[in-house]
Ligand binder design. Structure first.
Ligand code: BES
Ligand code: ZN
Length: 473
């Protein structure tokens, strides 16, 4: 395959570099093998593939020298745990990633099939290359290189790789409560975030929470002739469109009663941090689509709306005739999937209930309404000045040669708040995917310079934590 990594990052010690140079082809092959497994957590027919990905990971962890490797049952897709305890006096880092991926669809927009990864133009293309298998592979390679060259790690490490992150981590909380010893240490490194515009390294210090629901409206037993019935009965698709339109006002604010009640407002320091980001709004919009404009809640900048304010969005809407050509019917039913991104202060379960109540209140007579809550996760914010954040900052700065930015991101990683709030652990989001990675979209890819740098940055982060010593407990 002839893969020669380009050093757009600073090398670490010579022995590790020599090991990594000799293993360059091998690690790309393993990366590809992992990406080939279509471990889509949302699709029931992919359950066996999720398990295969978990087994693949467990085998890799055993091969490189991790101990107590287990594929642990959750009631859903399994969690892979492993560890390497060098010395109880050393600090222990919990490393989290997820082996599940988003569906590959729409397949026709991919340059190559999502589960047949290819390397082109310095990037590896395939579903999960960035989110999040590539970041797990970074950790596996760092572990392997450290053990192969030094014979031991500078810190203790516990690995926790879950298989339901893309489906709201539904079984994770109960599993963590049942297996606390597998999840605790001095600090957590989550590698499931990325860089900022222009490949500037970044540490994400905030994530939004989420609540997700599905609404189903039924108007009639069967689809009806729109000539014979149109104008005389409720059309559930029309009704749903009107209900959804009513969820925002003219200023882009969500109209659900109580939606903003618990929001902790952005303070002057938060707003200054957003304003200081080197954000190129024109480039951001140009990359999105031919007619993109920035919209959203009045009174906030684009970066604030994206990372620091709550939202309500339709993720999918369907019903009636969706084939080619025309068919004249009043659909029997109409459906939508709706999610809200939430900010500190908002409780996901409470917001889910409020949105459900608002939808029920808005449903007209003439339809039945059913609302299903499909999962949620809490928002996350990490205090600046936290020592483990400093260690990660050093690792990124020394590896990528520029000062990392601190970001509040709009995405969600439900486990971050669980580690922080339930287990009281400091959490550092140390991720390596640049913003043009197309996560969740066709042609997802990972910049191989960032992948290579990521391996070095993990080595440096472990060394930096070792230099800090263990937190007294
Ligand atoms: N890697 C993302 C989270 C992310 C996205 C962080 C963008 C920062 C910026 C993660 O894999 C993800 O997609 N999470 C889901 C969670 C949801 C299903 C509960 C998300 O945010 O949609
Ligand atoms: Zn994702």
């Amino acid at each position: 395959m002839g893969y020669a990594p380009s050093p757009a990052w600073s090398p670490v010690e010579a022995a590790i570099e020599a090991f990594l140079a000799a293993d360059a082809t091998g690690r790309m092959q393993r990366y590809i093998d992992f990406l080939r497994i279509p471990s889509v957590s949302a699709l029931p027919e992919r359950a066996a593939d999720c398990r295969a990905a978990a087994e693949w990971l467990a085998a890799e962890l055993r091969r490189v020298g991790a101990t107590r490797v287990e594929v642990s049952e959750t009631g859903g897709h399994p969690i892979v745990v492993a560890e390497r305890i060098e010395d109880p006096k050393l600090p222990t880092i919990v490393v989290y990633g997820h082996y599940d991926v988003q569906p590959g669809e729409p397949l026709d927009l991919w340059k190559t099939s999502p589960f047949e990864p290819t390397i082109r133009d310095g990037r590896i293309l395939g579903r999960g290359s960035a989110d999040d298998k590539g970041q797990i592979v970074i950790h596996l390679n760092a572990l392997e290189a450290l053990l192969a060259t030094r014979g031991k790690l500078p810190v203790n490490v516990k690995y926790l790789f879950e298989g339901e992150e893309e489906s709201s981590s539904v079984h994770l909380e109960a599993w963590m409560k049942a297996n606390p010893e597998r999840c605790t240490g001095d600090a957590v490194i989550i590698s499931d975030t990325g860089f900022f515009e222009g490949n500037i390294p970044a540490i994400t210090i905030g994530l939004r929470g989420i609540t997700y629901l599905q609404v189903d409206l039924v108007g009639s037993y069967l689809d009806l002739h729109s000539g014979a019935f149109g104008g005389s009965i409720v059309n559930p698709a029309n009704a749903l469109a009107k209900m959804i339109a009513g969820l925002h006002d003219a200023d882009g604010r969500v109209t659900v009663p109580g939606f903003y009640d618990d929001v902790i407002p952005l303070g002057p320091a938060d707003r200054a941090a957003f304003a200081a980001l080197p954000f190129d709004e024109a480039a951001y919009l140009a990359a999105i689509g031919p007619a993109s404009v920035a919209v959203g809640e009045a009174g906030y900048s684009t970066v604030e709306r994206r990372g620091g304010r709550p939202t309500l969005d339709v993720n999918g809407i369907w019903g009636g005739f969706m084939g080619d050509g025309s068919k004249t019917i009043i659909p029997a039913h109409a459906h939508a999937k709706i999610s809200c991104r939430l900010v500190p202060g908002q409780d996901p379960a409470k917001i889910g209930t409020l949105v459900e109540a608002a939808l029920r209140a808005a449903a007209p007579a003439g339809v039945t309404i059913e609302v299903k809550q499909l999962g949620d996760g809490h928002s996350f914010i990490t205090p600046l000045g936290e020592p483990y954040l400093e260690a990660a900052t050093h690792a990124l700065r020394d590896t990528f040669g520029s000062e990392p930015l601190f970001l509040r991101e709009g995405g969600s990683i439900p486990i971050a708040a669980l580690f922080q709030q339930e287990l009281g652990l400091p959490v550092v989001l140390l991720g390596f995917t640049p913003p043009d990675d197309n996560a969740h979209a066709p042609n997802e890819s990972m910049d191989l310079a960032n992948f290579e740098g990521g391996i070095r940055a993990v080595v440096r982060a472990f060394d930096a934590v070792a230099a800090m010593g263990a937190t007294p407990r």
